[in-house]
Design a protein around this ligand. Structure first.
Ligand code: MTE
Ligand code: MO
Length: 249
């Protein structure tokens, strides 16, 4: 079941990837990741090593009965409140920065794209873990669809929430962005993502620690450098708490 889902998602992704074929395929790193991603798919649970390894996946029997809500649990902005009130029906995700085709995608459009479902363990540095099931669009597919430039080195996630007026954001590099288990999830445990867990969409980058799993993602920006973006260290916690940008598990 898991294998079929994953293969279907990747087959869909590959179709779109081919359709928008441009400079990024000339990047040796990305080409290697895509190839290894496909190999990993074909060999099911057989893991490849290094940066291309798959995070462990679990079964529905392993789901945690309770998945804690951590960090912000409700963005304070009036804009977010308005979207929440009408069920995010006219909310749009922006895909911008170093792309040839900037996108604005509704939740319905995101759900109509090829999907991936994964049951994984979330590890928070504050000392708790929980296993959840996530469904969403592979980030790599969206980036391809937008025609991401070969000059892009990072993807920045701009979020709706803040801490004392300082916006929350996160970032990952292109290897992580194109990893098959990196998705923008709108569904958790087969239900619409709750506000506490990051509605309407949140990042799931499964080889990374909890604080990288940006909730309330409003805009995705492909950039060449993290310099000058908020505090310049690649994330809210990295800027303000000394958390490492590289949160690989
Ligand atoms: N936008 C946003 N994303 C966020 C946070 C946050 O406060 N705001 N907290 C992070 C931390 S530290 C963790 S552990 C997880 C918590 O996700 P959860 O509330 O779904 O458990 O979200 C991460 N992503
Ligand atoms: Mo966390």
């Amino acid at each position: 079941m898991t294998l079929i889902t994953r293969r279907a998602a990747l087959a869909g992704a590959t179709g779109l990837l081919m359709a928008g074929c441009d400079r990024i395929t000339t990047s040796p790193t990305v080409r290697k990741v895509l190839t290894l991603g496909e190999k990993a798919t074909l060999s099911s649970q057989k893991l490849v090593t290094g940066r291309n390894a798959l995070a462990q996946e679990f079964t529905r029997a392993d789901l945690s009965p309770r998945f804690r809500v951590n960090g912000n649990r409700l963005p304070a902005s009036a804009d977010y409140a308005a979207h929440m009130t009408n069920g995010f029906a006219d909310w749009e995700l922006e895909v911008a920065g170093l792309v040839t085709r900037p996108l604005a995608m509704t939740l319905a459009q995101l759900k109509a794209a090829p999907q991936r479902t994964q049951i994984t363990r979330h590890d928070c540095v504050e000392g708790w873990s929980a296993i959840g099931e996530w469904t969403g669009v592979p980030l790599g597919l969206l980036l391809r669809h937008a025609g991401v430039s070969a000059k892009a080195q990072y993807v920045v996630f701009h979020c709706a929430d803040d801490f004392s007026g300082i916006p929350f954001y996160e970032s990952i590099d292109m290897v992580e962005a194109f990893h098959p288990q990196t998705i923008l999830a709108h569904t958790m445990n087969r239900q619409a993502l709750s506000v506490g867990h990051g509605a309407p969409i949140r990042l799931r980058a499964e080889r990374q620690l909890g604080y990288k799993q940006a909730k309330y993602v409003m805009k995705i920006e492909a950039v060449a450098s993290l310099d000058g973006i908020y505090g310049g260290k690649g994330g809210y916690w990295e800027d303000h708490s000394g958390y490492q940008w590289n949160a690989g598990i």
